[in-house]
Write a protein that binds this ligand. Structure first.
Ligand SMILES: [Zn+2]
Length: 254
């Protein structure tokens, strides 16, 4: 079995220092591919060199709403120009989206719609961050419909919301949240949607699984996320693994 970590910040300082070891441990656990998203302009630009160094890492470029205070007015135009110039190295646009716990919601929404337009222009899927913002994401999708789908990172929400995203061509990112007993609603959704609507992700170094609270999350834990998902599904384990890997490669056209 082989796995694809569709969302991990391997270039963040917490992981970058021991990255060779983290990657080797992840490979031993069956994790063969990684998607490292962009979060700021400077960091997005640095990912092109990062990808050259680490062949199993695929990259996306974007301005994350969490870093909204660091994004200047001209950053998106520069990002768009850089992305167009390096489009053959990219598998997605993001991480972008709307986080209602962060400031400047109007600016976040306009920035998100610019990311959707860029993804449409470059014919790429989107990596969408959401927090308490389904209604604003849906509003953005209505104003600027995404054409190449994407992934709703760390999906949490109702079955109805899940079906809305699936119908728009999006996959749902399944992470360590499902290792917690309190995540019953999200677990029920992941049990009910079609298997080909799901992707695995760790969000390392964030979102440690139950049992590892207080530690940094690492990409080898993707195999444990997979085990938790298998408990929710009726399909044979091999079928689940194969479908998740195939879906990731299909979405990111790898
Ligand atoms: Zn992220």
């Amino acid at each position: 079995m082989r796995f694809f970590d569709s969302h991990c910040h391997l270039d963040f300082p917490e992981l970058a220092e021991g990255l060779v070891e983290h990657l080797s441990e992840a490979h031993s656990a069956g994790v063969s591919d990684f998607l490292v998203p962009g979060v700021t302009l400077a960091q997005s630009k640095s990912l092109v060199a990062f990808k050259q160094q680490y062949a199993s890492c695929h990259i996306a470029l974007g301005l994350h709403p969490y870093f909204i205070a660091q994004h200047h007015d001209d950053h998106f135009a520069e990002l768009a120009e850089f992305a167009a110039a390096h489009v053959e190295r990219l598998v997605a646009i993001g991480e972008c989206g709307i986080d209602a716990t962060c400031k400047q919601l109007d600016y976040q929404q306009s920035l998100f719609q610019q990311h959707i337009t860029l993804a449409n222009t470059l014919k790429l899927p989107l990596i969408v961050h959401h927090r308490q913002s389904h209604h604003l994401i849906a509003q953005s999708f209505k104003l600027t419909p995404p054409l190449y789908g994407g992934v709703i990172h760390a999906f949490s929400g109702s079955l109805q919301q899940a079906q809305y995203y699936i119908q728009k061509g999006f996959k749902l990112g399944v992470g360590g949240t499902i290792s917690y007993s309190r995540a019953n609603k999200t677990k029920r959704v992941f049990a009910q949607v079609p298997l080909d609507a799901l992707l695995l992700e760790t969000d390392a170094p964030s979102m440690p699984l139950a049992g590892y609270q207080g530690q940094i999350n690492v990409p080898k834990r993707l195999a444990e996320v997979f085990t938790h998902l298998c408990r929710l599904r009726d399909e044979p384990v091999d079928t689940i693994a194969e479908q998740l890997y195939t879906s990731s490669c299909a979405l990111f056209r790898i």
